[in-house]
Design a protein around this ligand. Structure first.
Ligand code: HEM
Length: 318
């Protein structure tokens, strides 16, 4: 087992459950701001601030530093997702942001080593003691979690809301039966996942079905396509929140499968439930079209997802 994987195993069920109140509080604070308006852009107003603020909370970042921390995490993450806009500019700001984050985390790690708390940095530092990782490696760990958990969750939350709004019968079913929420989350991940491809470099010559792949060639593996495989999923193009979950590979697979899947599932669950409960009559804003982001092959999500809703709080989901 790699040192990296071992120490991120701080994400146990118990630790994730401990984060639940933080996720709920962050989501509530975000929705408090837009609720009186009767409209919002799901991407700008919920999906973007939720993962960065949630992760900042989990890392125990002081309130005064949150703005800076969010900017650095966005600059670092943009490089992975939007590079076709201006690759050179994005690479420069990602590099600068990563250096800033590294300096920042090194200081926090020192503090936590002296005064451990129950935040994520303290959990990684405790893992460090067993695995004998250097402070730089724990720092890299923190930045990896930040980068890998940022764009992916932003995009997935937008994709999930969009899938539900495009299928009002499914949304109503969820309102009527809130116990379906985890099935709905899994179906959203399968139906419109935010990571459509992963890539690998072939370690040796191989043949997959009719394709010959040479050693060192880069291979793109279509997760989105696998998640619509008719041999695995009955009527794969149908969005059905009652589908038995468990077979999709939206979080990847094998030794490099997603280490943040549990956290992402909780963010999706809390984000969706809160949105549906607090924004009754939620629907796409027909005056302001949603816009897909199309600069990135590796991430799939929305640039804008404007919605409208009424302000009464009468929905059943709780
Ligand atoms: C819905 C949101 C998310 C999706 C769809 C997603 C998807 C994925 C996928 C497909 C991979 C495999 C990449 C590969 O095989 O090359 C991956 C890896 C990873 N993810 Fe996620 N992810 C999400 C959220 C998160 C979150 C919230 C975190 C952490 C807080 C996270 C941390 C990681 C890490 C550290 C890896 C690398 C694992 C390794 O290389 O060993 N992810 N993710």
């Amino acid at each position: 087992m790699s040192a990296k994987r071992a120490s991120i195993q701080g994400f146990t069920q118990g630790v994730l459950d401990g984060f639940r109140p933080i996720l709920q509080r962050v989501t509530d604070e975000i929705l408090d701001k837009v609720e009186p308006l009767g409209r919002m852009d799901v991407v700008r107003d919920l999906a973007q601030p939720l993962p960065a603020t949630a992760i900042a909370n989990m890392f125990g970042i002081p309130d005064a530093d949150r703005g800076l921390f969010q900017k650095w995490s966005e600059d670092a993450a943009r490089f992975f997702g939007d590079t076709t806009l201006d690759a050179e500019e994005d690479a420069k700001s990602a590099n600068e942001a990563t250096c800033n984050l590294e300096r920042y985390f090194l200081t926090i790690i020192d503090e936590r080593r002296m005064r451990p708390s129950n935040d994520l940095v303290s959990i990684f530092v405790a893992g460090q003691q067993d695995e004998k990782l250097s402070a730089e490696e724990v720092t890299a760990q923190c930045i990896l979690v930040l980068a890998a958990g940022h764009v992916t969750t932003i995009d997935q939350l937008g994709n999930a809301v969009h899938a539900l709004l495009m299928h009002p019968d499914q949304l109503n079913q969820l309102r009527e039966n809130p116990a379906l929420i985890m099935c709905a989350v899994e179906e959203c991940l399968r139906y419109d996942g935010s990571v459509p491809f992963v890539c690998r470099v072939a370690a040796e010559d191989l043949k997959i079905r009719d394709k010959h792949i040479q050693r060192c060639q880069t291979v793109f593996l279509g997760i989105a396509s696998a998640n619509r495989d008719p041999e695995i999923f009955d009527e794969p193009d149908r969005f059905d929140i009652t589908r038995a979950p468990g077979k999709h590979i939206a979080f990847g697979f094998g030794p490099h499968g997603c280490l943040g899947a549990g956290l992402a599932r909780r963010e999706l669950e809390i984000g969706l439930v809160s949105l549906i409960r607090r924004m009754p009559g939620l629907k796409l804003d027909d005056q302001s079209p949603s816009v897909r982001r199309c600069e990135s092959v590796m991430f799939r999500g929305f640039r804008r997802l404007p919605v409208v809703f009424s302000r009464a709080q009468t929905d059943k989901i709780a």
